[in-house]
Design a binder for this molecule. Structure first.
Ligand SMILES: C[S@@+](CC[C@H](N)C(=O)[O-])C[C@H]1O[C@@H](n2cnc3c(N)ncnc32)[C@H](O)[C@@H]1O
Length: 414
């Protein structure tokens, strides 16, 4: 019962308060003593968010009048259905732990709806349904095949991608890990407990989606030159840059996330200077040879692992992110040496945060030009877009398990 209560608090934090599931989880599960219960609460909330429109369609099929979208009874039913249909809980256990959450409320209604659905053998559709507003927006921006690919991609958590410290040892690590490499320095494995995999203790690799590894690849080999990793924590790209031979300054405003970056450096034996700073007012003492700006964004590109973004990244938030991104990119442009490169990346599927920011930057910064990637920098199945940018959409490299949504642009300063 307590874990269901915690799951309810978590769903409320995401759906009503617009918080990220990961950020809300520690507080929502704080009262639970057992780790199992904490995991169960997060799993229930995560599964509800993964298939929310499908649970709602089932609930609506069993009620004469649709329950209000934000009614507690609807959320409790979503949770009971997620437990039965996705997490393998027997129906009687799912409903008997759900009903006490409605003390003093419409328990009979919940029992009736759940009973009807169980008796009728309710199942989830093979392909999940995306929230309407997101499907409409992505259909308008990218077309129906991308919406269909995104829906298919949310059905299950994605595979585990690792970035290797020693790119030259890719084949050996792919063999040791029982995985497949889609690019030098990358191995894709089945999902597993990360700490149990060979090479974790020695810091031979770190977890990073293949699309997220592209921005640092576009920075090339550092050969001891100075690079700024702006908005760097928890450091996936800092590690990559350090492994590629850059002398890295990693700046982020979140101290706790920078502490994770330092842990990651310690585990991998790589080095970088970690600096707490706000990209909107921090400034370096001297210009850099290259800058990577992995800007804060709506994060809609990581919807496969964080389906809560689909319910939080509303258009005003996307517009606000785009303003911050443009401001950060403009500041970073002033810190590049002549001839240096500036890579801009966001894990967003919104053109307002990607193509539009990059195009506006080029218009206002005539000293910069797009430098398209080489095909060797990209996995088979991802090609540079017409303008020379990289746009990774749902459906890209779908066969080996897909990739997160990303936008990446490389600019060279004249
Ligand atoms: C997309 S994440 C970075 C991921 C990171 N580059 C990596 O590869 O692990 C964006 C980061 O921007 C940071 N951030 C947000 N606003 C910031 C600001 N105004 N100044 C500096 N960092 C900021 C967040 O703390 C977050 O760590």
């Amino acid at each position: 019962m307590e874990s269901r209560q915690a799951a309810l608090r978590l769903l409320d934090a995401v759906l009503r308060q617009g918080k990220a599931l990961d950020a809300a989880a520690p507080r929502a599960v704080r009262a639970l003593k057992r780790e199992d219960d904490k995991r169960l609460a997060t799993a229930i909330a995560g599964e509800v968010l993964r298939r929310l429109p499908d649970y709602d369609a089932l609930i609506d099929s069993a009620t004469r009048q649709n329950l209000p979208h934000d009614a507690k009874v609807r959320t409790v039913l979503r949770m009971a259905l997620a437990q039965t249909l996705a997490l393998g809980t027997p129906p009687h256990a799912a409903i008997s732990t759900a009903l006490p959450l409605l003390a003093g409320g419409p328990r009979r209604l919940a029992h009736g709806v759940f009973g009807t659905l169980s008796r009728n053998g309710a199942v989830l559709p093979d392909i999940p349904t995306l929230p309407d507003a997101v499907a409409k927006r992505w259909r308008r921006n990218w077309g129906e095949p991308v919406v269909a690919a995104a829906a298919a991609a949310i059905a299950a958590p994605p595979p585990l991608d690792l970035t290797l410290k020693a790119s030259a040892e890719t084949a050996a690590w792919a063999k040791k890990l029982g995985g497949k490499s889609l690019l030098p320095g990358h191995v894709r494995c089945e999902r597993a407990s990360v700490t149990g995999l060979p090479g974790y203790e020695d810091g031979a690799w770190w977890v990073q989606d293949i699309a997220a590894s592209i921005p640092a690849r576009l920075m090339g080999s550092g050969e001891g030159r100075r690079a700024l990793d702006l908005c760097a924590a928890p450091g996936g790209k800092t590690l990559q840059l350090a492994a590629q031979g850059w002398q890295v300054t990693a700046v982020d405003r979140a101290e706790s996330r920078l502490a994770r970056l330092s842990d990651n450096l310690a585990r991998t034996g790589l080095s970088a200077e970690a600096v707490v700073g706000d990209a909107l007012d921090w400034a370096p003492d001297a210009p850099f040879d290259a800058i990577l700006l992995d800007a804060p964004c709506s994060a809609t590109g990581i919807f496969r692992r964080h389906p809560d973004v689909l319910y939080r990244a509303h258009p005003p938030i996307i517009a606000e992110c785009a303003e911050i991104q443009a401001a950060m990119l403009g500041r970073a442009a002033g810190w590049i040496k002549p001839g240096g490169i500036l890579v801009y990346a966001v894990c967003s599927l919104e053109p307002e945060e990607g193509e539009a920011v990059a195009a506006a930057f080029l218009e206002t910064h005539p000293g910069f030009a797009v430098e398209p990637p080489q095909s060797a920098d990209l996995p088979d199945g991802i090609a540079p877009a017409a303008a020379g940018f990289v746009r990774v959409l749902p459906g890209a490299i779908a066969d080996p398990g897909g990739a997160d949504g990303f936008f990446i642009a490389r600019f060279r300063h004249s």
